[in-house]
Design a protein around this ligand. Sequence first.
Ligand SMILES: C[S@@+](CC[C@H](N)C(=O)[O-])C[C@H]1O[C@@H](n2cnc3c(N)ncnc32)[C@H](O)[C@@H]1O
Length: 252
Amino acid sequence: MTDDSPKSPHAPVLLAEVIEALAPAPGDVVIDATFGAGGYTRAILKTGAQVVALDRDPTVQSHADAVANDFRGQFQLIRTPFSGLAQAFADSGKAKLDGAVFDIGVSSMQLDQAERGFSFMRDGPLDMRMSDEGATAADIVNTWDHGPLAHIFKLYGEERQSGRVATAILRRRVEQPFTRTLDLAEVVEKALGGRRGAPIHPATRVFQALRIAVNDELGELERGLEAAEATLAPGGRLAVVTFHSLEDRIVK
Ligand SMILES: C[S@@+](CC[C@H](N)C(=O)[O-])C[C@H]1O[C@@H](n2cnc3c(N)ncnc32)[C@H](O)[C@@H]1O
C-alpha cells in the first residue's frame, strides 16, 4: 500500500509492512503514536478503522486538519508525548484499543526546517526540540559539565572521541556560548580532526546524541511502549519502526 496523499511532505517508511502487522479492520481503534504528516494514519483510516493520533509537535496540526477533513468522524489528534499515551486514550472516549503503531524518530519536515535546529548541514538556532517545551540543545551544550556531555555523546551518539568533543565545547563556550547549529558542527568537526574523507559528517553522532537527550527519546520510548502494552485490549497488535540500534534494543 502506498501513501497516495498529495499533501504528505514525509514519505512514510515500511508502510505496507506496518499495515500488514496491524491488520486493522473496519470499526477497530488504532493509536498512531507518531502522527507526523499522517502517512500511516491515512492508510489505517482507509481500511475503515478509527485512529487516535498522538504527536508532541504542534506544527503537525495542519496535517491533522487535512486528515480530519478527509475522514470525518474517524480521526482525532491529541498533542502529547508517548508518556501521555494512556491518558490520551482515556481522554479520546474510545472503549477498546485494537492496535498501536510507533514510527520512531524525527520526521523529514522537522529535519528540513533549519529553524528547528536539527541539522548540521543548515544553519539555524541550536534548538532540536520536537515540541516547544523544555531545554534546547543550546541549553545543554552551554551548561552541562564535561562528564555528562561526554556521557551522552558516547551513549546516544556512539562517538568514540566523546571526551575530546566535550573538551572542545567547554573551551569554546567560555569565550562565546553556542547559539547556532553550524557553529557547533564546525567546533565538533575541528575537535575530531576534520573530515578526512569520512563517509558521514563528523558532527553526525554528536547531533544525534543531543537530539536524543533534548527530547528524552529513549525514556519516552520505554514509557510509551509500557503504556501501549497496558492499554491494548487482549489480542491487540503493536507495530514499532525503529531507526537505530539504541531504540531497537529497547523495543526487543
Ligand atoms: C518519523 S515521524 C512519523 C511519520 C509518520 N509515520 C508519517 O507517516 O508521516 C515521527 C513523528 O513522531 C513525533 N514524535 C517523536 N517522538 C515522540 C514522542 N516521544 N512523543 C510524541 N511524538 C513523538 C515527531 O514529532 C514526529 O512528528
